[in-house]
Design a protein around this ligand. Structure first.
Ligand SMILES: Nc1ncnc2c1ncn2[C@@H]1O[C@H](COP(=O)(O)OP(=O)(O)OP(=O)(O)O)[C@@H](O)[C@H]1O
Ligand SMILES: [Mg+2]
Length: 357
């Protein structure tokens, strides 16, 4: 447990940093709760209860702040302090302490799920692998849905768990959104794309560190895969194929893997056709969250591990790429989808509710 002065300093550091970035946060995360520590955002939550649970679990010393992203900024209650400590550090008063360092911005690594063939498993695998990456501790993770169909958004809206973070966006805003996610300390972004819309896929693939091409082991899917491969190769991106919805012991699975390997790397893990992939997603979950021991869950764990090793081999993108050409200024159609229709938000105001227990 930190001492009182340290607590007050930590709380004020969080508050000052939060106040500085609040106008930006209002554009993307209004109504959410930021969990902050050392003047940096750890993660966003839909409810203060979720933030509190995460903070309690992550920081045994209890030194963190939960701040509501609202235009009605309320000064948090600071812990008791001696008069000399209290005089210099209250928000709004002059302080001779150095301002906290601006958070370092790192563009998150982007894994794009693409295939022009509809129904190949982009949305299913994107959601599953993102959750697995978060479970494996590779996060914080964000999911981005660039598909106007919004299947991933619907899944996320019915999800109980607070993570991964979710962003529904238009591909034209993607560069700016990735930058904004980096500012929020997101490490990995999993991006779902629509089928068939070549221009959208091309744009989104432009931001990829790695492209995953889910492919069903069927002649139709194999014939269609060339078009997606062309887009990825045109942009010199790394890609892997993931054979999805394979039937157990069917010969065509192996044959498909061989055919795909003519075009590029095939993930050594095959995802089989199993009903739990579909049923788990009905209420916003994944097969790992339904039954972590299931064979489906083991396949996703294996696929994530393979993706992680491939990602580690890919050089980091240059952060300035494209992002500078679209200044971050508007409030147009980009938003973090908080799923208000599902009654997930807690109404209580808990701004700066606590920094310590
Ligand atoms: N391994 C699997 N086992 C069982 N069902 C699956 C599997 N993978 C995908 N499905 C089911 O197949 C359908 C299509 O999957 P999904 O929506 O993930 O594909 P998609 O590539 O995102 O489709 P679209 O191109 O329309 O966006 C869904 O109903 C999904 O539940
Ligand atoms: Mg889809």
């Amino acid at each position: 447990m930190a001492d009182q002065h340290a607590l007050q300093t930590a709380m004020h550091q969080n508050y000052t940093a939060f106040k500085a970035i609040l106008p930006e946060l209002m554009k993307t995360h209004a109504g959410m709760f930021a969990l902050m520590r050392d003047g940096q955002i750890v993660q966003f939550f839909n409810s203060d209860a979720g933030a509190m649970a995460y903070g309690d679990e992550s920081f045994e010393d209890g030194v963190f702040s939960i701040l509501e992203i609202s235009d009605q900024l309320v000064e948090p209650e600071l812990p008791e302090a001696t008069p000399s400590e209290a005089s210099a550090d209250r928000p709004g008063e002059v302080s001779d302490r150095p301002e906290p360092a601006a958070p370092e911005i790192i563009v998150p690594r982007a894994i794009v799920f693409a295939s022009q063939k509809g129904g190949a498993g982009k949305t299913t695998l994107c959601g599953h692998v993102a959750v697995q990456a978060e479970l494996a501790g590779a996060g914080p993770v964000a999911l981005v849905d660039t598909d106007p169909q919004g299947s991933l958004a619907e899944w996320w809206n019915s999800r109980e768990a607070e993570t991964p973070l979710f962003v529904k966006t238009h591909f034209a805003d993607l560069g700016r959104d990735l930058n904004a996610l980096g500012e929020r300390n997101i490490k990995l972004v999993f991006i779902d794309t629509p089928p068939a819309v070549t221009d959208t896929i091309r744009e989104v693939v432009g931001y990829a560190d790695l492209v995953v091409i889910p492919t069903r082991p069927s002649p139709h899917d194999l014939r269609a895969v060339g078009a997606t491969v062309d887009i990825v190769e045109d942009q010199n991106k790394q890609m892997i194929f993931a054979v999805n919805a394979a039937t157990a012991r069917a010969r065509i699975t192996g044959e498909s893997a061989v055919a795909l390997s003519q075009h590029g790397t095939v993930a050594p893990v095959t995802i089989h056709q199993r009903v739990d992939f579909a049923t788990s997603m009905i209420d916003g979950r994944t097969v790992m969250e339904m039954n972590p021991e299931s064979r489906s869950a083991q396949e996703i764990i294996g696929l994530w591990e393979y993706i992680a090793t491939q990602l580690a081999k890919v050089e980091r993108r240059v952060p300035e790429r494209r992002v500078e050409s679209r200044p971050y200024e508007g409030t147009e159609q980009r938003q973090v989808d908080r799923g208000p229709a599902f009654g997930r938000r807690v109404g209580a105001r808990t701004f700066g509710k606590r920094v310590a227990r």
